[in-house]
Design a protein around this ligand. Sequence first.
Ligand SMILES: Cc1cc2nc3c(=O)[nH]c(=O)nc-3n(C[C@H](O)[C@H](O)[C@H](O)COP(=O)(O)OP(=O)(O)OC[C@H]3O[C@@H](n4cnc5c(N)ncnc54)[C@H](O)[C@@H]3O)c2cc1C
Length: 416
Amino acid sequence: MKVLVLGAGIAGVTTAYALARDGHEVTVIDRQALAANETSFSNAGMVAPGHAYTWASPRAPMILLKSLWRNDTSLRFKFSTDPRLYAWSLRFLGQCNAVSAARNTGNKLRLCLYSQAQLQRTVADTGLEYDRVTGGAVYLYRDPALFEAGVRNTKVLTDLGLRLEALDPTRAAAVEPALEPVKGQFAGAIYSPSDESGDCHAFANRLAKVCERLGVKFLWQTTITNIRATADRIEGIVTDKGEHTADAYVLALGSYAPIEARRIGVRLPIYPVKGYALTLRVDGRNGAPRLSGVDEQNLMGWSRLGDRLRLTATAEFAGYDTSHRPSDFAHMLRTARSLFPGAADFDNPFMWAGLRPMTPKGTPILGQARHRNLWFNTGLGHMGWTMSHGSARVTADLIAGRKPALDLNGMTLVDA
Ligand SMILES: Cc1cc2nc3c(=O)[nH]c(=O)nc-3n(C[C@H](O)[C@H](O)[C@H](O)COP(=O)(O)OP(=O)(O)OC[C@H]3O[C@@H](n4cnc5c(N)ncnc54)[C@H](O)[C@@H]3O)c2cc1C
């Protein structure tokens, strides 16, 4: 079958790979000059089922409310004239109860675990290198009460079979020696031994090369400007370089998917949530962590990418604005310096901001709407690197008419 994949972020490239492996004739369209050049460019690098919690939780409404008048460094919600923000927020608030949070987190964990297994299979099959680090991730708590609550919360993940361990600071420092000098700052840590990390951008570009060897064609610097459709079929994709047709189409446009879907009358409940990232050179310095992790109080994630340390933070509702100023990174830099003093070149950070394609439930949108030859693989949110391989496999299975190995409950437009 001839399949056109729209978007070459991590979702699009992994989908192209899965489809090519199934023997389809695949073409990928992206406006960038290389793969993973938008949201997938500089994420925290964590492949982390141990952090599968959804953002919509019973605590989230109060955190959102406080951010309206406090200059919060981890969450920035400001009033806007965009009605889509309010429609999305209402749906998000509707998920902020204990029952929905547990159900959504459970769905997300299933996908994360399935996806990690698919990633590991791809790595075994291709031998790709992408600064991968295995051996777990550490989730650090500064406040004893929040640590206790964090440990209680793990039940939703451990009940579904994920192994997580509560560690006191000394044991946490034994797992991640970079924490030894600063262990006094922490009440404890939750350790997820099976989590891993790696460079999503490098992975996507190397996988794109593998795809090319499998016959996939990439149309770079090609911007989609319209989608031609009848009531139940996609007829063609209009770009600034001409029109392209196929038997099947996959919409993998990240935060821009709802904009393109609206052209054909489909409303996707996805809103861009901006995050900031710093990449610092380690270059042989001592004291940088090996394992990825999260400072839960400052909501700062990190991972070690070879000679670099990647740090990310902040959820900001700023529409499609990806601009950034040095002051946006000041809190992150302070936190990083205090956590890993002397571990990296803090004076010359590479700064970046990107847009997480968030759904209210935190699970992606897979499957179909009313167009019989269009499939979605979008809305991968704050964990799209983790969830991409599973979402791609599911998408390829659906296109082939096979029943996916993963139960898609909570991951389709019908129940988004
Ligand atoms: C700060 C931050 C930290 C994160 N940390 C993690 C993490 O540690 N672990 C994790 O699992 N996930 C993490 N994520 C989430 C993850 O990065 C995203 O979920 C994932 O990158 C989304 O991939 P995507 O392919 O759906 O979107 P994208 O990477 O944005 O890809 C969409 C593609 O569509 C193309 N496109 C859009 N519109 C058009 C058009 N009109 N014409 C042509 N092409 C178009 C774009 O060029 C782009 O290449 C993080 C995200 C952020 C922002």
